[in-house]
Design a protein around this ligand. Structure first.
Ligand SMILES: [Zn+2]
Length: 158
């Protein structure tokens, strides 16, 4: 059985990564590390004004997971605002898209983050089952981004 995917989908990478109280040098401040997906939770819920269900759907996670991420995010932000701590946005377990890959040879299916596919180079990805490198993206459950990328791919049905 493949491990369940735990990536949280985000729409865009955050532009601003550091906040701090004015007139105090950063090295004197305690800081809260806000994960990228925690900031995305605040963005969707508080800025876009979506309800919990819609937020969870956008991030491709359960409502319980969304609520947990959101609660953590709010607690860090509140702690920073009240207690004068810096906020640094970094790290986390996020992706801008999740692709389902299919091996042409053995039909094995697995999931990968689009960032990992791009970093490695799409022609260098090997099937974890048989080692074959003719890999297709099965975009049946992903519309848009992944399909666009995969159109260039030799043998890709999209
Ligand atoms: Zn294979």
């Amino acid at each position: 059985m493949p491990r369940p995917v735990k990536w949280r989908k985000i729409e865009n990478l955050p532009e601003y990564r550091m906040f701090k109280p004015a007139n105090i040098p950063a090295f004197e401040l305690e800081e809260n590390i806000l994960k990228v997906e925690e900031l995305e939770a605040i963005r969707l819920r508080d800025l876009e004004g979506l309800n919990q269900t819609a937020c969870a759907e956008k991030m491709k996670i359960s409502r319980q997971t969304f609520q947990r991420i959101y609660n953590k995010a709010k607690k860090k932000v509140a702690d920073s605002l009240i207690n004068g701590k810096a906020i640094k946005v970094k790290g986390g377990n996020y992706t801008q898209n999740i692709c389902t890959l299919v091996c042409e040879e053995c039909n094995h299916k697995w999931k990968k983050r689009i960032e990992d596919i791009e970093r490695k180079g799409k022609d260098k990805i090997l099937c974890p089952e048989c080692g074959e490198h003719d890999i297709l993206c099965d975009t049946s459950n992903i519309k848009g981004y992944c399909g666009e990328r995969c159109r260039e791919r030799k043998g890709c049905k999209y």
